[in-house]
Design a protein around this ligand. Structure first.
Ligand code: ZN
Ligand code: ZN
Length: 118
């Protein structure tokens, strides 16, 4: 995959370069039955339970997308000059407010506020 794609099982966005979902492990090209099994597994996973604790700091909405990406070139890494760092992010499903975290630092060191979407 040379572009960001959306996992059909967990509906999270998967960063370019990953052949399978970084959230639930579902391969990019799999059958509907496989998608269902990954979806079921995902709905019972810690990731989803953690999601329910999310509160958007902008609109107080409780559902979010989470994920990780490695800043390796492109405008984002250039802007932050952090080409070798990898990040976790959490973004509000309602207003799109996104927070990025350095994934190497435990306890989530806040690095940037980016408003994505509308
Ligand atoms: Zn997935
Ligand atoms: Zn929000």
């Amino acid at each position: 995959m040379n572009y960001n794609w959306e996992c059909q099982a967990c509906e999270n966005t998967v960063a370019a370069g990953n052949e399978s979902c970084t959230t639930c492990g579902c391969p990019a090209s799999c059958s509907g039955r496989e998608i269902d099994s990954y979806k079921e597994k995902y709905m019972n996973s810690d990731a989803v339970r953690n999601k329910s604790k999310f509160r958007c700091s902008k609109c107080d909405y409780h559902l979010s997308n989470t994920g990780a990406f490695r800043a390796a070139g492109g405008s984002l890494s250039a802007a932050f000059d952090l080409a070798t760092e990898s990040f976790n992010y959490v973004s509000c499903n309602k207003c799109g407010y996104t927070e990025f975290y350095k994934s190497r630092v435990s306890g989530a060191a806040f690095v940037a506020d980016v408003l994505l979407g509308s």
